[in-house]
Design a protein around this ligand. Structure first.
Ligand code: GAP
Length: 518
């Protein structure tokens, strides 16, 4: 199965088992907007709980807030989003389709890379064992020719974007002879900047002064509350403020399911530090956040850092944590050293002093900020992509199983009476009524036990508890583990401890805490 086929299956599976649905599907959906179903919302809540607790519970010097989505419009002038949160757009005059100019070029570059890889693979087949790939790449005239074209497009694109030169960006598209995938023509408009913020009107009048924006990041709600939290919480630098909430971006190229959405959720933490200490904290948070990701057990080889060469105007260091999705390594989280840009600008735009008096140095200053910013939806996609497994079993049957880490699985245990009679459903219901206070548990008595196990495998339930006739006699049950399919007979009285050992987040927290304390 190719990665593309796997991804299609994952999307279909997510819908079939109540994880993710297209938004307003009865009206044929809404572009890049999705709804979470009964399983998806549990997974999402567990991911958020894991993030929140590892920030706020594990750190005495990090507290949380929940700021409003609507903010004073000046917020977005101060943050730079009104002036610079733009994508360069170009339209094809024949198909009337709109594209991001940089994405058209990146796709063209990716095609040239693929061409080079094909040449290499052809040569590998031709030369067999004696093939020297590095030599071939530097010496083959054909590869050199494609590489030169690729490098030229890339360097001109980077220069045009850096200089914000939209005419030059268009000229690269023309010179590279890029055609519209729909019309097949090169009949392009000029490139224009398009602001990604959604706006709406507040109050009854509709003049421009009432225009407000749907926040494109949650971070600004933290910055504007810096003094409130620092003073009321008596916080001492270094300290952090964490927040989980919705963000909105009018993404032009929205694809790959829930990877790039127009309404999504972020988990952001701004860590306020002394000026000059920001890079030390940046490196600490890089490691701590990588541990958080890797604690989920999806394999260290599937993660990597992508350090930014080209930094945003407010940053003095930035990196992405990338995960190997079925469509390649892509960003899940950004870690940015944002200097004093945000607090400094809010001080300027609001006219209010936003400073911290440091009792240790006896000085007042605008703190520097290290930010960790992760998309909840991208985490959901990461977990589902890593967890989705199709298995051939020894008896010739097959099963689809979601190997979601037990601590964040939507349903922790299924309680299954072997038959619908002889008092077994009553015992099962009694057990459910005890466990439901601590865990999401599901009762199921329909179909054969084998079919019920498959249903639970497909939604990723780590434990199945089966009540049979022996349970009446000796108060024992069979517990079946999702990943190994191993079955064990255990006393019913031991179940709370067995479930706790299997699904507790504590194991994950201990992995994160093996890192130097932030
Ligand atoms: N406050 C910094 C900030 O917002 P970002 O790199 O633009 O930085 C941070 O976004 C994270 O938010 C990304 O790593 C990604 O996980 C998530 N994210 C950004 N845009 C998204 C979108 N359109 N759909 C889903 N997730 C998105």
């Amino acid at each position: 199965m190719t990665q593309e086929e796997l991804f299609k299956k994952l999307i279909a599976h997510s819908k079939e088992y109540g994880y993710i649905f297209p938004s307003s599907e009865i009206y044929d959906g809404l572009g890049a907007v999705y709804d979470y179903g009964q399983m998806g919302v549990e997974l999402k809540n567990n991911i958020k709980r894991y993030w929140w607790d590892s920030m706020v519970k594990l750190h005495q010097n990090i507290v949380g807030i929940d700021a409003a989505i609507f903010m004073h419009p000046k917020t977005w002038e101060a943050s730079g989003h009104v002036g610079a949160f733009n994508d360069p757009l170009i339209d094809n005059k024949d198909s009337k389709k709109r594209y991001r100019a940089d994405v058209l070029l990146e796709e063209h570059i990716a095609k040239l890379d693929e061409k080079i890889d094909k040449e290499v693979e052809k040569a590998r087949k031709r030369f067999g064992e004696s093939f020297d790939e590095a030599k071939f790449r530097t010496e083959s005239p054909r590869v050199q020719e494609i590489q030169a074209k690729r490098d030229e497009v890339h360097s001109r694109m980077v220069k045009a974007l850096t200089d914000n030169d939209l005419d030059a960006l268009r000229q690269v598209i023309i010179d590279a002879e890029i055609v519209c995938p729909i019309s097949g023509t090169r009949n392009w408009t000029d490139v224009r900047q398009f602001n990604l913020m959604f706006s709406t009107q507040m109050g009854a009048t509709s003049d421009g002064s009432n225009t407000i924006y749907l926040r494109p990041e949650t971070a600004q709600g933290i910055f504007v509350n810096f003094l409130n939290v620092q003073k009321t919480g008596r916080m001492k630098i270094p300290f952090g403020i964490a927040q989980i909430g919705k963000a909105f971006r009018n993404e032009i190229v929205a694809r790959q399911f829930i990877f790039r959405m127009r309404e999504f959720e972020q988990m952001e933490m701004q860590f306020f530090v002394r000026p000059g200490e920001e890079l030390t904290w940046f490196h600490k948070w890089k490691q701590t956040r990588m541990r958080w990701h890797q604690s989920l057990g999806f394999g260290a080889e599937n993660y990597r850092f992508h350090d930014h060469d080209k930094l945003a105007h407010y940053a003095n260091a930035a990196t992405d944590i990338e995960y190997k999705f079925p469509f390649g390594f892509k960003e899940v989280e950004g870690i940015h050293s944002r200097t004093d840009f945000d607090l400094g600008n809010h001080q300027k735009f609001s006219g209010k002093k936003i400073q911290y008096f440091d009792p240790e140095s006896g000085e007042s200053y605008v703190p520097y900020v290290v930010e960790t910013s992760i998309g909840v939806d991208r985490m959901v996609l990461q977990v589902l992509s890593a967890a989705y497994t199709e298995e051939k079993l020894e008896n010739g049957e097959s099963r689809v199983v979601l190997r979601i880490p037990s601590a964040i699985a939507p349903v922790k245990a299924a309680i299954l009476p072997l038959v619908k009679k002889d008092g077994l459903p009553e015992i099962a219901q009694n057990l459910l009524s005890k466990l439901k206070y601590d865990y999401v548990v599901q009762y199921d008595e329909k179909d054969s036990i084998g079919k019920r196990y498959r249903r639970q495998d497909a939604i990723g339930t780590p434990l199945c508890i089966t009540i049979d006739h022996q349970s009446i006699e000796d108060k024992t049950v069979t517990i079946r583990y999702r990943d190994t399919m191993e079955q064990k007979r255990v006393p019913m009285a031991d179940l709370p401890q067995i479930i706790e050992d299997e699904v507790s987040m504590k194991k994950l927290f201990r992995i994160i805490e093996t890192e130097p304390e932030c």
